[in-house]
Design a protein around this ligand. Structure first.
Ligand code: SF4
Length: 302
């Protein structure tokens, strides 16, 4: 993997690392979430954590939560004692396999603790570094205690997802300058599938007028299916904030530079909202569901 953005990382201590969701997220399959890092060096232009509530507790730049393993032991011990088993999601506000993880191994340590307490995991990443941890993930899959609502749906406690806004290398290079290429992600997904995992692709976000067309989506679904995806999910772009580093500002700057002809029509579907119009979202959903049917692939995890 070529490191395109230098990772300068500070080390911080946290009081909590396991976040209990208010409601279990059926779509993302999570009762809890964990982010081993604060910030994300993959530096996607559209990253929704910049300017939204999802990033409001992040420290500036990239930080590693160095005491996360000891904090997680305490938190999972309590949850396990009360038998509050549920899927733990990695990847909601940072990628768990940033380049810095290669040396720090915080995600790996957290997975070993999760294995010890028998919790299931849904891990979302863009990085081939996940291959390093397939040994632990395999054991988590076998040992995890599943929440009751999943017992008739699956017998494994691990789902591995890979996110894409496109599978086109040129577009990805513009909008995801620090992330592993789509080709690397597809190859990694295939290797995870061949190793026996349930794998899927999350198209999040699809870029308006760039990767959301019938033709582009058709190709993306073919690409992920060819590389072993058991499911695929999709959602549209969201744009937050007015500050110089917020995703809305950065997205329009990049659009002006590379696709100036799309600025007007993109602004037209967002109007003054952080999300595109309902009509746009409904048409995107309808297109996506139809293409999933065409390729006989699930449009949800279970
Ligand atoms: S990989 Fe995810 S968390 Fe990281 S910059 Fe990209 S969108 Fe943000």
């Amino acid at each position: 993997m070529v490191l395109k953005v230098r990772e300068l990382v500070q080390k911080i201590k946290v009081k909590s690392v396991l976040n209990k969701q208010k409601y279990a997220d059926d779509w993302f399959l999570s009762n809890y979430s964990i982010n081993p890092y604060s910030g994300c060096s993959f530096n996607c232009v559209y990253c929704y954590t910049r300017g939204s509530k999802y990033g409001e507790h992040q420290v500036p730049g990239l930080a590693a939560k160095i005491n996360a393993p000891e904090v997680l032991v305490k938190q999972l011990k309590t949850r396990a004692r009360k038998r509050e088993y549920g899927f733990i999601a990695f990847g909601s506000a940072t990628d768990p396999y940033l380049q810095v993880e290669k040396d720090l191994k915080i995600t790996r340590e957290l997975l070993m603790i999760i294995l010890r307490f028998h919790f299931p995991v849904h891990l979302l990443t863009r990085s081939p570094l996940i291959l390093r941890d397939l040994d632990i993930l395999k054991k988590i899959g076998e040992k995890a205690i599943l929440p009751d609502e999943f017992k008739d749906k699956t017998d494994t406690g691990v789902v591995l997802s890979f996110s894409f806004s496109t599978t086109d290398e040129h577009l990805a290079n513009i909008f995801e300058p620090g992330a592993p290429s789509p080709k690397e992600r597809l190859e990694t997904m295939k290797q995870c599938k061949d190793a026996g995992f349930i794998v899927g692709a999350i198209f999040m976000p699809l870029l308006p007028f760039l990767s959301d067309s019938e033709e582009h989506l058709d190709k993306m679904i073919q690409d992920v299916k060819l590389n072993g995806a058991d499911f695929v999910m999709a959602s549209g772009l969201t744009l937050f904030g007015e500050g110089p580093n917020d995703c809305k500002t950065r997205y329009y700057e990049v659009l002006e530079e590379h696709f100036p002809e799309l600025v007007f029509q993109t602004k037209a579907i967002f109007r003054n909202s952080f999300a595109p119009s309902r009509k746009y979202q409904e048409e995107l959903h309808e297109r996506f569901v139809r293409l999933c049917q065409k390729y006989q692939i699930r449009n949800k995890i279970y």
